[in-house]
Design a protein around this ligand. Structure first.
Ligand code: UT7
Length: 322
């Protein structure tokens, strides 16, 4: 039994924040942001627009693309670090809004690797025969926990969501997934407040924001992604040259270029959205996938390599026959 991608969808909030907008907020420049990260603009959710809202639009588009009704879904796995509520999970809120009540639904928090983790989990459910149709979502409103006075982080992040519908079948779709974590790196990329640490009920949680040692994260990310793409291809018994498209996590163009070099892939075979989306954490890989499918670049039968790296640290990959 295999899981194959039956449909994709994505959603971006309409409000665009350009580098010029950020020049007015902090001591930065369009030139610095473009050359160090590749980012030109990112989206910001409107007041009152939530991770669940973004997820709903992306999921609706994916279901439509797959020709699957919400009632046919028997599993929802949603990757997010910015859930609407502490509980219920955003997956439960999404399930009810879609009208898929009754199926299993839960969130996965693996920071920027959230979607690829969720995909790995759903793939395992389908392979085990525990689900036949799964909705897998990555959705984030990271701009809600960005310190807009910290130039080292506020220029990087954006909001967005992507989703896929997986269906069980005999033909290989998802060939292999690899999920990893090393909690020893917690202090390089984190948010210091949670429900059981530093949270003050009824108080303004001002100052709760992303803390990142960017340069150190950068170096570990490049090394780790280099390793995981090798490990993934080896597990599937495939060679770099058999990959049609690299669909990487969109944190920094320089990290993406390093992974592409490792694979010997020209940038024409790498899906890049970081210039327009910034880093949307769990949203980034499914957003890039959906954009690539809808633009006609990714075609049925092609081989896709998805990878992500984020806080935890977590890192994950998926090799897919689309
Ligand atoms: O998605 C989860 C995983 N996250 C990542 O993969 C992010 C990984 N890290 C990165 O993408 C990069 O490290 C950054 C884009 C965050 C930073 O780029 P960098 O080339 O590593 O720069 P740096 O942190 O070494 O900083 C270089 C200089 C510093 O100034 P000094 O100390 O050399 O005088 C920073 O203060 O750039 C300064 N700087 C800025 N200058 C203008 C930092 N942020 C900015 C800014 N505008 N926004």
């Amino acid at each position: 039994m295999y899981a194959r991608i039956a449909g994709t969808g994505s959603y971006l909030p309409s409000h665009v924040v350009t580098n010029a907008d950020l020049e007015r907020l902090v001591d930065t420049s369009d030139e610095w942001i473009r050359t160090r990260t590749g980012i030109r603009e990112r989206r910001k959710a409107a007041e009152g627009e939530t991770t669940g809202d973004l997820a709903f639009h992306a999921a609706t588009a994916a279901l439509q693309d797959a020709g699957v009704a919400p009632g046919e879904i028997d599993l929802i796995v949603l990757g997010t670090t910015t859930p609407d509520l502490v509980f219920p999970s955003t997956a439960c809120l999404l399930q009810h809004r879609l009208g898929a009540n009754g199926c299993a639904a839960f969130d996965v928090n693996a920071a920027c690797s959230g979607f690829v983790y969720a995909l790995g989990v759903a793939d395992s459910f389908i392979r085990a025969g525990s689900a036949r149709r799964a909705l897998v979502v990555g959705s984030e409103t990271l701009t809600r926990m960005v310190d807009w006075g910290d130039r080292s982080t506020c220029v990087l992040f954006g909001d967005g969501a992507g989703a896929v519908v997986l269906e069980a079948g005999d033909e290989p779709g998802i060939l292999t997934t690899k999920l990893h974590a090393d909690g020893g790196y917690k202090n390089l990329l984190y948010n210091p407040v949670g429900v059981s640490v530093g949270f003050r009920p009824g108080a303004e949680n001002a100052g709760v924001s992303i803390r990142m040692s960017g340069n150190e994260v950068f170096k570990v990310a490049v090394r780790t992604l280099d390793r995981i793409v090798g490990e993934t291809l080896e597990a599937a018994g495939m060679h770099e040259s058999q990959v049609d498209w690299l669909i990487p996590h969109q944190a920094n163009l320089r990290i993406i270029e390093a992974t592409a070099r490792r694979l010997g892939l020209p940038m024409e075979r790498v899906i890049v959205t970081v210039d327009r989306h910034g880093n949307t954490s769990s949203g980034s890989v499914p957003l890039a996938l959906d954009e690539a499918v809808r633009s006609g670049r990714v075609q049925r039968g092609q081989t896709l390599l998805l990878e992500a790296f984020g806080g935890g640290f977590t890192w994950a990959s998926a090799l897919i026959r689309y």
